[in-house]
Ligand binder design. Sequence first.
Ligand code: ATR
Length: 276
Amino acid sequence: MVISVDRYGVMGYPVSHSRSPVIHRLFALQTAQNMQYELLQVPPEKLESAVRQFQRTGGKGLNVTVPHKSEVARLADTLSDRARSAGAVNTLVFDNDAIFGDNTDGVGLMRDLQQNLGIQLEGINILILGAGGATRGIVQPLLAANPASLTIANRTLSRAKGLADHFGAYGPVTACRFEDDLSKTEFQLIINATSAGLKGEMPPYPEEAITASTQCYDLSYGLNPTPFSQWAATHGAARSVMGWGMLVEQAAESFNLWRGTRPDTAAVLKQLIITA
Ligand code: ATR
């Protein structure tokens, strides 16, 4: 008798640092799912053939990470609204010959902010640092929670303006530079969505935007505090959190799309941070 195991995996380049295999194996154990989850290092020029081969050989679904998130959207036969709005896909579901592309990053962040951290988003002023792909994926879900304002600050003003224009129909979004005077607005939440920390760089983040009631959230995470989370703590933020929770929550949403069951994220988050 041949016992077949449903195959999933994460494609990225590089990908060896990814925690997704550990997270999905913990989810599978917890929910008693018979599945395997692989780490797949795929350079950009091989993305399409690797996805098609994975599908052809019985793969059921994939996570897609840096640098493939926008490119892989082209391979999907259908996209969810949230993937289309984010202009990026982090989850593929293979259903016979069809490929469905979704993006669970935004909902992952929202769950971590609202449910795990208990942050009330309605009526607050939010500042996002950075205007790249990560920002693009979180603006619409944040606006859907009805903040009073959302400001996108970026080193390159034109990119922040581009996103503010693009998402302006969904709520009050404005764009500025890090150097602009941000002291007139009291920000209750600052989210770092730049990739500066990953490269060991420290942009001139706007110190005056932090007050004693500001919560700071870094989409990046690490074993040690990230440069942004250190900066936030040093400048007196009420709380400074790294994006481990978003990582686990976006994974849970992908897992639910594939397996139709939602794992308990709190247990996995705890285990992940302890064993990281
Ligand atoms: P993506 O592929 O997700 O778009 P990216 O192009 O690397 O990623 O951009 C990520 C974000 O980090 C951008 O907002 C980028 O600022 P610019 O638009 O000015 O390039 C920001 N970023 C990266 N390194 C930075 C640094 N050293 N200082 C300030 N911002 C930085």
